[in-house]
Design a protein around this ligand. Structure first.
Ligand code: ADP
Ligand code: MG
Length: 246
């Protein structure tokens, strides 16, 4: 805390109030973007978008994910969960060798609805674009051929609804894309995902990704029924919760 003024200390205390962490060896929360190890390009994008400082869920989930751990993040709608998984994702991707011809994505973000998937991919691109990373959004209810063409050109990130993603894995005899390079998986809006009955599709995708992947799950609520599933897909997760559990 060192050089902070009394006012800053008080502000920090208020910000961090109501954050609960479960799980071993969780890194400390960050107070400013400069503390979390993002690139200069990401810092500039944060500035351009007037994201002054991390929200409570970001302050604790970002260092936890950056440390390489599996994470469950629970916080209400509007609390800033998207950046909590997008910023660590960028560093994860930048730490990998660049894509080669025929490579599939490094990160897959699964989202329950087309509207949310489009929203997340727009938010994601604000930070991936400065790094020259490509994001393809894959969702149902629209023609598949344009999305197939985009995927075939290659990308580091796929933002998808689970049903259409499975269609993509089987289309053209499985030559559209592949999961061999996937090491970062996000399940966003996990509670809605399961309410909407997408568990089988989600599991089918996850079961085909290498077991040494990093998996993170974000949700507004964490009902008991989701615990068994979380246990199956996450390894020694850190659970970060802002406010009540459901
Ligand atoms: P959630 O997924 O928890 O519902 P979002 O990630 O969609 O929340 O963020 C909600 C809103 O807050 C968005 O408009 C987003 O641009 C904004 N936002 C996110 N992080 C910050 C931040 N650190 N500072 C200011 N605004 C933010
Ligand atoms: Mg969200």
């Amino acid at each position: 805390i060192g050089r902070m003024t009394a006012e800053e200390v008080e502000g920090l205390r208020n910000d961090l109030e109501g954050i609960t962490v479960r799980g071993k060896h969780c890194p400390k929360p960050i107070k400013t973007w400069a503390h979390c190890g993002v690139s200069k390009k990401v810092m500039d994008a944060l500035k351009r978008n007037n994201y002054e400082k991390p929200t409570p869920i970001q302050s604790q989930a970002i260092p936890a994910i950056m440390s390489g751990r599996d994470v469950i993040g629970i916080a209400k709608t509007g609390s800033g969960k998207t950046l909590a998984f997008v910023l660590p994702m960028i560093r994860h991707i930048m730490d990998q060798p660049p894509l080669e011809e025929g490579d599939g994505p490094i990160a897959i973000l699964m989202i329950p609805t087309r509207e949310l998937a489009l929203q997340i991919s727009t938010e994601c691109k604000k930070f991936t674009k400065p790094h020259g990373l490509k994001v393809v959004c894959v969702y149902g209810g629209t023609g598949i051929s344009e999305q197939i063409a985009e995927l075939k050109r290659g990308c580091e990130v796929i933002v998808c609804t689970p049903g259409r993603m499975i269609d993509m894995l089987t289309a053209n005899n499985g030559r559209v894309t592949n999961l061999r390079r996937v090491t970062y998986i996000v399940l966003d809006e996990a509670d809605r995902m399961f309410d909407m009955g997408f568990e089988p599709q989600v599991m089918k995708i996850i079961d085909n990704v290498r077991p040494d992947r990093q998996t993170v799950m974000f949700s507004a609520t964490f009902p008991r029924q989701m615990e068994a599933l979380a246990r199956r897909i996450l390894q020694k997760p850190i659970e970060v919760q802002v406010g009540g559990r459901s």
